[in-house]
Design a protein around this ligand. Structure first.
Ligand SMILES: Nc1ncnc2c1ncn2[C@@H]1O[C@H](COP(=O)(O)OP(=O)(O)O)[C@@H](O)[C@H]1O
Ligand SMILES: O=P(O)(O)O[C@H]1O[C@H](CO)[C@@H](O[C@H]2O[C@H](CO)[C@@H](O)[C@H](O)[C@H]2O)[C@H](O)[C@H]1O
Length: 483
């Protein structure tokens, strides 16, 4: 196929735009832009311009024909706009004449069109211009609110509307149900206190998308005054580290109360998800497959992180213990939980980003899993927080500050893991089966992290590797509450 980037001016400019975008997940890989398709337009015209949603299809040439779709809302104006210079995509001729094209998420006029389209929509709204805007609940949107693009966008782009609402525009899109929208919707409609309420979403309704809807964006409550759980945990650790003579339970910034509240909140979310989505019992064969999947991930990880070999035998025994269980109950879970996916508000903890692991195919992300996967994700995060503070602040003197900090890091992690877990299970002791599941999920996550850190944050791989050293030597609170 001819690379459209060599012929079409839009594609030519989009290729560079995508390559440099922070949300583009294929950086460093060998890829081509195979098509760009205009799938819809926003009703209304800002300053004689047009806001259109383009879907770019990318093909990776370094793997077995992998294809990805990326969403680009673009605004075309007949004149250049200096205020949008930082969001400039390119200029070319199209049916509007000569146009100056910008990333619409940076443009208040364009984002106001989104807000108005939501305000005009009702649930199950018919598609307009290829896009269908849906509403949930009866929250009255502040349609005068100005938009502000969130700094530090990662896999997606989020825009706040004043203090009222937040639009998350999914960048990499896949035909089918988006778990973030589906789960937020169910939790909102069932009155859960532990998510930012869903106000609406946008679908692309398009025959050429092989009959499948593509979910493009979601609008939700903006938790303006909320604090990021990861940042709160880091500042609690810093407090501990500055009080050299005090223990974790004696310093002002002790996090254990918050950790316990997080445990309770997660248990409540799991209960609601179990009520609202199907719950299944995996039989012995399916459980064995769960164990095999963990072995398989370890096989792959060993190629990337040779240091894992030291823990291989013990890890395999941990996975075999899970694989030997007669049955396992599975349900809808978060799937990618860590402290960075939590926000503390005056009304308690909220969980964010129910997209699951972005690297997994969509169908797999909505597949029921054990709730212990989410618990394990949080336990790993409590291990990370003090290690990250120590890594970024310690002076590595043997026998000096470094050793003392390592000791205190372990103390902080133990205290908060225990508080979280005890609250999650309401103080009871884990059964043998639960312990086997939790140990296996914690180990599986740490193996994943060893690969993630090796690829993304060299210097941090010691965090999961040290944890694996402890886990495989039976440390009590790294993955269980029974010892
Ligand atoms: N409803 C909300 N209100 C306020 N801030 C939010 C809200 N949802 C997410 N955020 C902030 O935006 C950041 C990115 O959100 P997230 O859902 O994790 O997006 P992404 O998929 O891009 O990672 C979060 O770290 C959080 O700080
Ligand atoms: O935020 P994502 O859902 O894309 O998750 C990826 O990035 C995370 C890092 O931001 C990574 O999480 C790991 O590091 C965190 C500290 O930065 C720590 O709290 C987590 O426990 C640890 O797993 C996550 O693994 C990766 O998938």
């Amino acid at each position: 196929m001819t690379d459209p980037a060599t012929t079409d001016p839009l594609a030519l400019h989009l290729r560079d735009h995508i390559a440099e975008a922070r949300w583009f997940g294929g950086k460093g890989r060998d890829w081509r832009l195979t098509s760009v398709r205009r799938v819809g337009e926003l009703p209304g015209a800002p300053d004689g311009g047009r806001v259109a949603v383009e879907i770019a299809e990318l093909q990776y040439d370094d793997g077995p024909g992998e294809v990805e779709l990326y969403q680009l809302p673009l605004v075309s104006y007949p004149e250049a706009h200096e205020r949008l210079a930082h969001a400039f995509v390119g200029e070319w001729d199209d049916d509007l004449g000569h146009v100056f094209v910008y990333d619409a998420l940076h443009d208040r006029e364009s984002m106001a069109l989104y807000l108005r389209a939501f305000a005009a929509a009702e649930d199950r709204a018919p598609a307009q211009h290829g896009l269908a805007f849906h509403r949930v609940g009866d929250h009255e949107l502040d349609i005068e609110a100005h938009s502000t693009l969130f700094p530090g966008e990662q896999s997606n782009s989020s825009v706040a509307f004043g203090e009222d609402a937040m639009l998350k525009v999914f960048r990499k899109v896949t035909p089918g149900i988006n778990p973030d929208i589906a789960i937020h919707r169910v939790l909102t409609e069932s009155g859960s206190d532990h998510v930012a309420a869903l106000y609406g979403w946008v679908d692309l309704v398009d025959d050429s998308a092989e009959g499948d809807t593509v979910q493009l964006a979601m609008l939700q409550q903006f938790l303006r005054t909320a604090s990021d759980g990861w940042e709160l945990a880091l500042s609690s650790v810093r407090n501990l580290f500055t009080e050299a003579d005090l223990h974790a339970d004696e310093v002002g910034g002790d996090f254990a109360g918050e950790a316990a509240r997080l445990g309770t909140a997660l248990a409540e979310v799991h209960t609601t998800l179990a009520e609202q989505f199907p719950v299944e019992t995996l039989d012995a064969r399916a459980v064995a497959r769960l164990g095999s999947a963990m072995h398989g991930r370890l096989d792959d990880a060993l190629d990337v992180v040779p240091a894992l070999a030291e823990h291989e035998a013990a890890l395999r025994a941990t996975f075999d213990r899970l694989a030997a269980l007669e049955s396992v109950q599975v349900q809808q879970v978060h799937g990618d939980l860590h402290l960075g996916q939590t926000l503390r508000t005056v009304k308690g903890w909220k969980f964010l980003d129910f997209e699951g692991e972005p690297a997994k195919p969509l169908a797999e992300r909505m597949r029921p899993d054990s709730p212990w996967r989410d618990v394990a994700g949080m336990l790993r995060s409590f291990d990370y927080a003090p290690r990250v503070v120590a890594l970024t602040s310690m002076t590595a003197e043997p026998g000096g500050e470094a050793e003392q900090q390592a000791y205190r890091a372990a103390e902080w992690a133990d205290r908060n893991r225990s508080a979280f877990l005890a609250a999650y299970v309401e103080g009871r002791t884990l059964t043998d089966e639960e312990d086997a599941l939790l140990q296996a999920y914690v180990a599986d996550k740490a193996v994943y992290e060893a690969v993630y850190e090796t690829r993304n944050r060299p210097g941090w791989e010691g965090i999961p590797l040290d944890a694996l050293g402890r886990i495989t030597h039976g440390a009590p609170h790294d993955g269980g509450s029974r010892a």
